[in-house]
Design a protein around this ligand. Sequence first.
Ligand code: OXD
Ligand code: MN
Length: 586
Amino acid sequence: MTTNQELAAWVKTVAALTQPDRIHWCDGSPEEHGRLIDEMLASGTLIKLNERTHPNCFLHRSDPSDVARVEHLTYICTQNEDDAGSNNNWMDPAEARAKMEQLFAGCMRGRTMYVIPYLMGPYGSPYARAGVEITDSPYVVANMRVMARIGKRSLEHIESGKTFVKGLHSIGDLNPDRRFIMHFPEELMIQSVGSGYGGNALLGKKCHALRIASWQARTEGWLAEHMLLLGIQDPDGHTSYVAAAFPSACGKTNLAMLSPPETMKGWKVWTVGDDIAWMHIGPDGRLWAINPEAGFFGVAPGTSLKTNANCMNTLGRDTIYTNVAMTPDGEPWWEGLDGERPAKLIDWQGRPYDPANGPAAHPNSRFTVAASQCPSYSDKANAPEGVPISAIIFGGRRSTVAPLVFEAMDWEHGVFAGAAVASETTAAAVGAVGQVRRDSMAMKPFCGYHFGDYWNHWLSFQTRTSKLPRVFHVNWFRKDENGKFMWPGYGENMRVLKWIVERCNGKAGAARTPIGFVPGPGDIDVSGLGIGEEVLRALLAIDHDVWEHETTDIAAYFASFGERVPAALKQQLARIRAEIDAQRAA
Ligand code: OXD
Ligand code: MN
């Protein structure tokens, strides 16, 4: 089925191990998709939603024990344990391979094995990379078809001699005791068993485009980041592009599709990507970014016309929903959706809704939809050269500490701000919710190598070009002493984006503080927002005691990565502490 000898041999070896009844090479065609959907409807893997209100939309209910990424079962398998870093679980590659071989042996008996050639990145882009996922899950095929560019053209790309990542996936028996997501970056290989959930099973996404790609990016001098990409058009029609990293479920998809408030006439946001950015130094010395994905795998709960109208207008046709609730009329439903909660609902596990069982939709329920359906989709999203990045934004969910926004002093300080990112945890990954955890560049679950080496890699860019973007940090989630959010967020975040763009153009004011350049209350456009100057001051305040504690915490965090932590980051920390102390003494 392919002229590529390496691929043909690998498929043969996998088939001999997993023993499927049939092998199907995916061509990505509508006919193939239709056949798979029919089969999944017949087997109950998919439920058809209301055709009148939600044409061509389907619901998938996953096993209740398989609803999120499993970081404790995710491994980086490098020859040298140190290369994986304490930010990853490590397993010896030989041991991992042996373990997986046992689990894969005969696992596809009675099933079809699908071979999915895919491309991450626009066709014809020098930055696009190929992969092949072998899976026994038709649900994975249907999702990969939306999230990546699968089929003939991608196979041709591989057959033209390009390297490809080999990903082997089986849902196995879905037993969490036999669930592992293994990465072998030195061999460009991924092996995943026992889960059908997106981040564990759609191997093009987190496994390839972040964990394996971050390793490749380091070796080859580029960046594979957990970042959304958007274009900000000003009233003169000029568009600046920014890349922004936030830990899971901090509103990345909302920011990527932001609708500016009515009062901000002439401002517009264009969506390039909502989760992953690959960035290269372009021929002109600037950083150019592509979104390697072609779709959105977004969190449904909380999405509404009020919070994200562009997203709601993206959904509603040709969408796969996973673990949402359903109305008696067969419409998808989730907490936070517009309108009243319907009197009757079927919950995400297919039971009549009973509040005693928790939310109707799983908090990490998802939609899978083509990016091209998004009304704010940028006409540059498929540009082979990508988009030039003016600003990089880091952010986290912090009820205290971080001001609404600040700008880093320079690249080195920006890398420090990214390395120090922290956020209160949410439901996107298995584990406790609501704890503060450091999540450097929002890459803690996704960096395929030692964080110390990763920060060094980021720092190295300052020696390679003089045209790096400016770096900012935002926090939409600061609370007052009564525990209430002080900033309205959502579309109003446009006001902060405007300040960021104007800083890049040398037009907006800010005061230098120990932690960076912070706008004064008059520097941010809050016209028509109805937010008092006192609240704005509180949102932008830097409390010396709190920051002293924060720097102690960051120091301990850095220390946990040992010798490979760059001296430059420790110097940044020392500088901030010294400046805080000096200000306090003054
Ligand atoms: C995601 C995540 O699913 O970051 O995008 O968890
Ligand atoms: Mn993500």
